[in-house]
Design a protein around this ligand. Structure first.
Ligand code: NOJ
Length: 752
């Protein structure tokens, strides 16, 4: 199940010295060197000013002056080829060293064509899908004049209050690793030097998802084991897949801000993992060392960040301001400065910028590649494969195309909240609304009545009355409710992760009509569903689906697509359960269903379980799992066990099931989670078809980070499941034998 990949070829390829780059380094002044390590917001091209707080801003002409003086190495979040060519001409033809600029950007889930938010796409449990959407994202973003993507975000998010849950692959490290690697491959394409390839930046290094209380930018206090087991593996997977830059995170970890964290940025990243790319700070995160109380002033902040291993400084301007002097005074060794410059220049070279500074700055490609029909088709496919069906009482779904529908809710006709957070380069007007998608799918569009019912966060005068009337006239109510696009993403932590009160009131009023209700939930995180929303007849989790939202939802509603996605985050019963994640520890007094409730690890109000757990999702088909089989009861130290089951489609509809193997280590020298995902397989089954699904278990699958921070496995008893979710199924047990166990020797021959 575990795939141990050797260090990516991309990393080792950067090992030898390059005469062209060494020649440049020899001739560069200290200021020009610091310039290559300085990244600034692109004020030359149209910029979305609300993406980051105002800091160190300048006018376009001032910025061009800096570029000409060699005081800037890269620009970010600019849009359009024309302005980029002006900036590139200034750098590569008019500056003394003629070193081309690199253009970066936050292209998190699509450029012009918007795909589902990464969390939604992770629900597909199809890393290959993420690789394909990342590829198209790179094609469009490079057509728009970017080389360097500030993505993928690979932070593991175990607390749904954190707004940035939306940007990652959810709560599980195994799923996170696969999606991290897939996205890196997609951005990169076949060869980094290709005009449609992008440099990927797995971010935010590291443990940003572990901020206390889920509050944005907050402190992280974490055991080194959890850091290494949960938060670091997706980064390692991304680097193994060839990512050559990473971004340091805003948070501190156990008292040391990540942006000045030598252990993280140098010892682990370079020492243990052999990373050969460069590290960029997050936006002003070097300057924020002062606010953290870790640096006394800007000069010290620059020094601490740089010496810890941050090669490039984003937006603060601290490196260009202080690095030359820090080198002159001997506080920063010249060799260290040269090393960082070398890292950056090598990657510029690997991108092909020295051969052609105008790579990815081609107006013809910009005109042709941004609106290709196949990109929209992929957006529709990705969107429908991201929708999770949580509930389908009496098979209310799929709907017949002649159903009389009342589509109600603030998201019914809305256009501004289709794309979701982090879509700086797209055009809202180009996305398909829920109402338009449904109308297009109906035999007779007059069967659809659309009523807003409520605003996003405030009631609408007469809204509920109009909604109830429409509901009474319809066969079914489709309730389009949930979170707005600015309730998740950066700086959007929430305390109360529920559907906003005004919309909840609307839902309660509609429930009283007695009409069947299908909730179309819009969300950037797992929500605690309550009252009439929780009790609706059907619930579809539609995240933020992007350009093809309405069409994809209609595909699922009317059965053109059979839902096959599974939750990458647990939906809690109550918000107060956060942080909640399926792979929690057992505790000394675990609450076990059906057993005594008192003096157990539980809340007074609710059991400590999910309303809808990680890995859960329904289909219009039904599947049955046979009891699992193990190829033996012991796993020799260097051997292999096979766990298998037979899955049968017991319905009359073809559908896809996601088989998920989990393990639990019963007794260990450090306590282990109740379950851990170790693989998954999405299988398509025709009506009545059966398929055997098997997974190999090796010692590596049983490893954890031990007291000495090394990955170890310990002999002993393990539970194993193959199940349709993180709480389903019946376990079998096996024993991992010790290295020199006699039984191991005899079993090894047979087992291997
Ligand atoms: C801050 C965010 O944390 C980061 O993800 C983003 O890449 C930068 N801003 C640049 O916009």
């Amino acid at each position: 199940m575990l795939v141990h990949v050797s260090l990516g070829q991309a990393q080792t390829a950067l090992d030898s010295r390059d005469p062209q780059i060494e020649g440049l380094i020899e001739r560069m002044t200290l200021e020009e060197k610091a310039g290559q390590l300085t990244v600034l917001a692109d004020e030359i091209r149209l910029l979305n000013p609300n993406t980051n707080p105002d800091a160190n801003r300048r006018r376009a002409d001032e910025l061009l002056k800096e570029v000409r003086a060699g005081r800037v190495g890269a620009l970010f979040n600019g849009r359009g080829v024309e302005g980029a060519r002006v900036a590139q001409r200034t750098a590569s033809e008019e500056s003394r060293m003629k070193i081309p600029l690199m253009f970066g950007g936050d292209v998190i889930h699509g450029y012009r064509t918007v795909f589902p938010i990464p969390l939604g796409e992770a629900a597909s449990f199809e890393p290959v899908l993420a690789e394909r959407t990342a590829r198209v994202t790179a094609i469009e973003a490079t057509a728009g004049g970017l080389h360097w993507n500030f993505a993928p975000m690979v932070d593991i998010a175990r607390d749904q209050r954190w707004g940035r849950v939306a940007e990652g692959a959810g709560e599980d490290a195994y799923l996170g690793k696969l999606f991290a690697a897939a996205r890196v491959r997609g951005y990169r394409g076949e060869h980094l030097a290709n005009a449609d390839s992008m440099l990927a930046t797995p971010k935010h290094f590291a443990a940003y998802g572990a901020v206390a209380g889920g509050m944005e930018y907050n402190t992280v206090d974490i055991s080194p084991q959890t850091l290494r087991e949960v938060h670091l593996p997706p980064f390692k997977a991304a680097f193994d897949a060839g990512a050559l830059s990473t971004m340091s995170s805003f948070n501190e970890i156990n008292g040391v801000p990540a942006t000045a964290n030598y252990e993280l940025l140098t010892k682990i990243l370079r020492g243990e993992w052999g990373f050969k790319g460069f590290v960029v700070s997050d936006y002003t995160s070097d300057m924020e060392l002062i606010a953290h109380g870790y640096a006394a002033n800007e000069r010290e902040a620059a020094k601490l960040a740089f010496l810890a291993g941050v090669d490039m400084s984003m937006q603060s301007g601290l490196y260009i301001e202080h690095l030359p002097d820090l080198v002159k005074s001997g506080e920063v060794p010249l060799a260290a400065l040269d090393r960082s410059v070398r890292r950056v220049l090598r990657i510029k070279k690997a991108l092909g910028l020295f051969d052609d500074p105008y790579r990815s700055l081609d107006p013809a490609r910009e005109a042709a590649d941004l609106k290709r029909p196949e990109h929209r088709a992929l957006a529709r496919e990705a969107a429908r494969r991201s929708i999770v069906l949580l509930k389908n009482r009496q098979n209310v779904l799929p709907l017949a195309r002649d159903t009389k529908i009342a589509l109600i809710g603030p998201f019914a006709e809305d256009r501004l909240h289709l794309h979701g957070p982090w879509t700086l380069f797209a055009n809202d007007q180009e996305a398909v609304t829920v109402a338009d998608g449904i109308a297009a799918a109906l035999e007779d569009p007059t069967l659809l009545q659309v009523v807003q019912g409520s605003s996003f966060e405030t009631p609408l005068r007469g809204g509920i009355d109009a909604a109830v009337q429409a509901a009474n006239e319809a066969d079914v109510v489709l309730l389009a409710i949930g979170e707005t696009h600015d309730m998740s993403g950066e700086a959007q932590s929430r305390t109360d992760i529920v559907v906003p009160a005004a919309q909840q009131m609307l839902a309660e009023a509609l429930a009283a009509t007695g009409k069947p209700i299908v909730v179309l939930l819009r969300n950037g995180r797992a929500l605690a569903l309550q009252g009439a929303v929780r009790d609706a007849d059907a619930i579809l989790v539609t995240w933020f689906l992007g350009s093809e939202t309405g069409n994809a939802i209609a595909d699922v509603l009317f059965g053109a697509a059979n839902p096959s996605a599974r939750l990458p985050v647990s939906f809690p019963i109550e918000p107060g359960q956060q942080p909640f994640y399926y792979n929690h520890k057992r505790t000394g007094r675990p609450f076990i269903k059906g057993e005594a409730r008192e003096f157990k690890a539980r809340y007074r109000e609710v059991p400590n379980e999910a309303l809808y757990p990680f890995g859960f999702g329904l289909s219009y088909s039904t599947f049955e799992y046979a009891p699992i089989n193990l190829s033996g009861t012991t796993l020799p130290w260097d051997g292999k066990l096979t766990v298998s089951t037979r899955i049968t489609n017991t319905s009359d509809r073809a559908g896809e099931e996601v088989a998920q193997p989990y393990i639990h280590d019963r007794v260990a020298s450090l306590t282990r989670p109740v379950r851990e995902l170790k693989g998954f397989r999405k299988v398509k089954l025709e009506p009545g078809e059966s398929i055997e699904v098997s997974f190999a278990i090796r010692r590596a699958d049983l490893e954890f980070v031990g007291r000495d921070l090394k990955w170890i496995a310990e002999p002993g008893v393990f539970d194993v499941w193959i199940a349709p979710s993180s709480v389903a199924g019946t376990a079998k047990t096996f024993r991992l034998l010790a290295e020199h166990d006699a039984a191991a020797t005899s079993a090894r021959t047979g087992a291997d």
